[in-house]
Design a protein around this ligand. Structure first.
Ligand SMILES: Nc1nc2c(ncn2[C@@H]2O[C@H](COP(=O)(O)OP(=O)(O)OP(=O)(O)O)[C@@H](O)[C@H]2O)c(=O)[nH]1
Length: 508
């Protein structure tokens, strides 16, 4: 390998490793520190031995990470077993034994496979549902599960059922607490635990169980597992690249050693020849001596040439192998990047309505306002809130509330143009941005939205229900920050609510 091609390769490796390790950061503090050490060693140009030391030090941490995964798996298995036991304990309906056995078998086979955990929890939900079907055929048994799933017909939870439900909630809260997820999930876990522990309402339980499943699916089933696999893979690739660099270093070394050996041998042969020439007594013996020496020198040279050719071939093979390894690492980097982009898109989307969420709004609004200010075009913002939404939840239940939350933005979308942007800002509040519309035009569109929602016949358990929205609207003024634009529109929303709701109020 020539010096410049080996330098280029090592430089390419450094870049690839630095870039890939940066992508993998932020998921587990301990693995982060390993990744950082690897990157530092590579960036400061550490030699093969130093890099090997860092990789050796990384190994116990990767083993620890595996052990943590095993302990999480045990938590999940115990939780599922507890949930099945709780189902059996409630004495108003009997759990179908076939399904129960099937679920237990699945738990035995799959408890260590984190991507299967959501399926196992769903299996528990389905077992519970089957218990319900069974009791529907036997109406004399009034199951707590019947009320659990058939939320519309029962609102008050009897005391015995409440106790079982509280135990189920506590078991689930224990599970979410022990998942050991990355710290950016702390808020989600704490919200979910609060909801679980504070809940004594059977109606909320299936939705909460869904939340638990979502949390496991997003945090463990996909990202975490992929990244752990990726880091293990990265570790292996680094070790193998390290081996290739060490071996090409050795072959370079032995090449220069054999060159030195050849020089010494050649010099020795020349010295021997000149000494022999000095000592030669006649022309014939001098001729024979020189012939003999020349043939020795020629053998040495041809041996050297053969050795050189062999080593050059070996060096070419090493270069090809190294190139292939770099290409593989680049490919892995690209697939990890697309996985992270997918996660980012998920993080920007509200899962209930599929609308871009508040984070997406905050990312979009500043550049949008800047462009409009620069091009001197108008832009308006509307804050839209469903009226008396709490009453919808209280009267028809949380799932009916969710249905309204999905339907209202669909109505709104039917009025918007494709340039208008809608975000779920939080709860029952939506933000709509109207780029390039004047205040008058945006107000007309907001009024059309209000009318469309008010006219839509919503249906709750066969009963027609009127839903309306209140809207506050404002236009961006020169040099204004997006926060101030939002505050002015929000104030108008407040006034719309104050003056009786189902209104559009404009900041003029
Ligand atoms: N079903 C459901 N309810 C939600 C969701 N997010 C927030 N809520 C509920 O939305 C309700 C909002 O109620 P309030 O802020 O008191 O307002 P409101 O009842 O709409 O009354 P006004 O805004 O004054 O007309 C609360 O009961 C929240 O629990 C959700 O994702 N799904």
């Amino acid at each position: 390998m020539t010096e410049s091609s080996s330098d280029k390769l090592i430089e390419a490796l450094r870049k690839a490793v630095s870039r890939t390790s940066m992508l993998a950061e932020g998921n587990d503090p301990k693995l982060d520190s390993v990744v950082r050490q690897i990157r530092q060693a590579i960036t400061k140009g550490a030699d093969a031995n130093e890099i090997q030391d860092v990789l050796n030090a990384a190994e116990p941490l990767l083993i620890q990470s595996d052990e943590a995964q095993l302990s999480r798996a045990k938590q999940v298995r115990n939780c599922l077993q507890d949930l099945i036991e709780l189902l059996e304990k409630q004495n108003t309906s009997s759990v179908p034994q076939n399904e129960k056995k099937q679920l237990e078998a699945q738990i035995r086979i799959n408890w260590q496979v984190s991507s299967q955990w959501p399926h196992l929890l769903k299996g528990f939900l389905s077992l519970a549902e089957k218990t319900l079907v069974q009791t529907e055929h036997n109406p004399s048994k009034s199951s707590f599960l019947k009320r659990f799933f058939n939320r519309e017909t029962q609102v008050i939870t009897p005391k015995n059922d409440q106790e079982i439900m509280v135990q189920i909630s506590h078991t689930l809260a224990g599970l979410t607490n022990n998942l050991m997820l990355p710290s950016h999930y702390d808020d989600d876990i704490s919200d979910l635990n609060k909801a679980l522990l504070g809940n004594n309402n059977l109606q909320q339980l299936p939705a909460l169980l869904d939340e638990v499943i979502n949390l496991i699916m997003v945090a463990i089933g996909k990202t975490q597992e992929n990244l752990t696999n990726y880091l293990n893979q990265l570790n292996k690739q680094l070790a193998s690249i390290n081996e290739s660099i060490t071996s090409s270093y050795h072959s370079q070394k032995s090449l220069s050693e054999s060159r030195e050996g050849f020089n010494t041998k050649l010099q020795q042969q020349v010295t021997n020849t000149s000494q022999a020439v000095k000592g030669a007594s006649d022309l014939d013996s001098l001729k024979a001596l020189i012939d003999d020496r020349l043939s020795t020198i020629s053998t040495t040279m041809s041996e050297y040439r053969t050795q050189m050719l062999r080593q050059e071939k070996h060096a070419t093979q090493s270069i090809t192998q190294l190139k292939n390894k770099v290409t593989r690492m680049e490919k892995d980097t690209a697939s990890l990047r697309s996985l992270l982009q997918e996660k980012l898109a998920q993080a920007m989307t509200d899962s209930l309505t599929d609308l871009p969420n508040r984070t997406a709004y905050q990312d979009a609004i500043l550049p949008l306002c800047k462009i409009m200010q620069k091009t001197q075009k108008p832009i308006c913002l509307a804050v839209c809130d469903i009226d008396h939404f709490k009453k919808v939840n209280d009267t028809w239940g949380h799932l009916a509330g969710d249905k309204v939350l999905r339907l209202v933005p669909k109505q709104i979308r039917s009025i918007l143009s494709k340039e208008d942007l809608m975000f779920r800002y939080g709860g029952e509040e939506f933000v709509i941005v109207f780029p390039e519309l004047t205040l008058t035009q945006a107000t007309e569109r907001a009024e059309a939205i209000r009318l469309a929602v008010a006219k839509t016949p919503f249906n709750m358990q066969g009963e027609p229900v009127s839903i309306s929205v209140s809207i506050g609207i404002a236009e961006l003024i020169p040099q204004e920050e997006p926060e101030s634009l939002f505050a002015r529109a929000d104030k108008q929303l407040y006034l719309a609510k104050e003056s009786g709701r189902n209104k559009v109020m404009v900041n003029k």
